[in-house]
Design a protein around this ligand. Structure first.
Ligand SMILES: *Cc1c(COP(=O)(O)O)cnc(C)c1O
Length: 365
């Protein structure tokens, strides 16, 4: 090494070694690269129905307030969430997306000498927030692509400061039933924070089950988001529900204005529009059913999914199939970085988008 340090040498070693999160390819980028139009993006599990009309109206209204700082305490949104879940506002931490909250949790509770436990094929943000701190990631083997809770329990040590479980999991779509998950949580030592990341909970039928656990387990944090079923991915708003003491800690390190005016107003309106969630769920269920039938016709297996996406075994390099789909104007997600090199993850879109994907995939295979 030369005697003159590079900027990378100046960075914390754990951060210099980080591989940044790989987001789904934006439509505009593929348009620029290939000069295509009419691109279908099924890569980031966004709501294909777009934003609900009542929320769109609130966004226009709230745009008149952008010269002012937002309410740093998010009073209106927290009051709406507290009412929706029948909890106290002091149990809520708002985030710039739930990703923000996941990072706050790691920063607030985990030190470099600690261990953070999560499963193989778990959401990519967990290793990222762990490594950014310089803590040790303990990766438990998966079972049938999903969480093996017995294997995870066996890996809890005195150093385990946090456990992350996405339910349903991304990118596999696997799901732990409420009764199974709560048995695991009950056995987690109180000095270990357990995070249940419910980004896709609206697509299932146990939406409020975990909320009741908060009263019993002060080390439990539930994270949720407006990015997926609520259709507000671009506005960046998510939240954590926890014991008030945990929320107090998280709110100390949160940026004072981490959720903007428009996001606060839109999220509050979105929460009130449960008809849109019901409609989104139906679109997803119908699309999922048709997608599975089309994949069966193509003799392809997929992992049974409880989210708004499906992970398909393409029986060859997922990266190659991903590239071929891009050239046909369809963006999906290769997931070799999740330890699934022969799978692709595909969001359930509108019925037309799903058909475009199936036609492109049929051509390629
Ligand atoms: C999409 C996703 C998130 C983060 O979404 P935000 O847009 O940051 O709220 C969190 N967890 C999982 C499992 C996800 O798939």
């Amino acid at each position: 090494m030369s005697s003159v340090p590079t900027v990378l040498d100046l960075a914390l070693p754990s951060i210099a070694a980080l591989q940044p999160y790989q987001p789904g390819k934006p439509i505009s980028e593929l348009e620029r690269e290939l000069g295509l139009s009419g691109i279908v993006k099924l890569a980031s599990n966004e709501n294909p129905l777009g934003v609900s009309p009542t929320v769109a109206a609130e966004i226009v209204k709230a745009s008149a307030t952008v010269s002012l700082y937002p309410d740093g305490n998010g009073f209106g949104l927290k009051a709406a969430l507290a009412c929706f879940y029948d909890i106290d506002t002091l149990q809520i931490t708002l985030g710039n997306g739930s990703n923000d909250v996941l990072e706050l949790i790691a920063r607030a509770f985990v030190s470099p000498s600690d261990e953070v436990l999560f499963s193989e094929h778990a959401f990519a943000v967990y290793p990222l927030v762990t490594q950014a701190i310089g803590a040790t990631a303990v990766i438990s083997p998966a079972k049938d692509y999903g969480h093996d809770l017995a294997a995870m329990a066996a890996r809890i040590t005195a150093k385990t400061k946090a456990i992350f479980i996405a339910n349903p999991n991304n990118p596999t779509g696997t799901y732990l039933a409420a009764d199974v998950l709560v048995d695991f949580i009950a056995d987690v030592p109180r000095q270990t924070i357990i995070v249940v990341d419910e980004a896709y909970v609206e697509y299932g039928d146990e939406g409020k089950a975990s909320i009741a656990w908060l009263a019993q387990y002060p080390n439990l944090i539930i994270t949720r988001t407006f990015s997926k079923a609520y259709g507000l991915a671009g506005l960046r708003v998510g939240y954590a529900l926890s014991h008030p003491d945990v929320a107090d800690v998280l709110n100390r390190i949160r940026q004072p204005f981490n959720v903007n005016n428009i996001a606060l107003a839109a999220a509050e309106a979105a929460l009130a529009d449960q008809d849109y969630i019901a409609q989104s769920k139906i679109n997803n269920a119908v699309g999922m059913g048709k997608m599975i039938r089309a994949l069966t016709d193509l003799k392809l297996e997929s992992i049974p999914s409880h989210g708004n996406f499906i992970t398909i075994d393409v029986q060859q390099s997922g990266a190659v199939v991903y590239d071929a789909l891009l050239r046909k104007g369809v963006i999906v997600r290769p997931i070799g970085n999740y330890g699934l090199p022969n799978h692709i993850r595909v969001s359930i879109g509108t019925q037309a988008e799903n058909q475009t994907f199936i036609a492109a995939l049929t051509d390629i295979l």
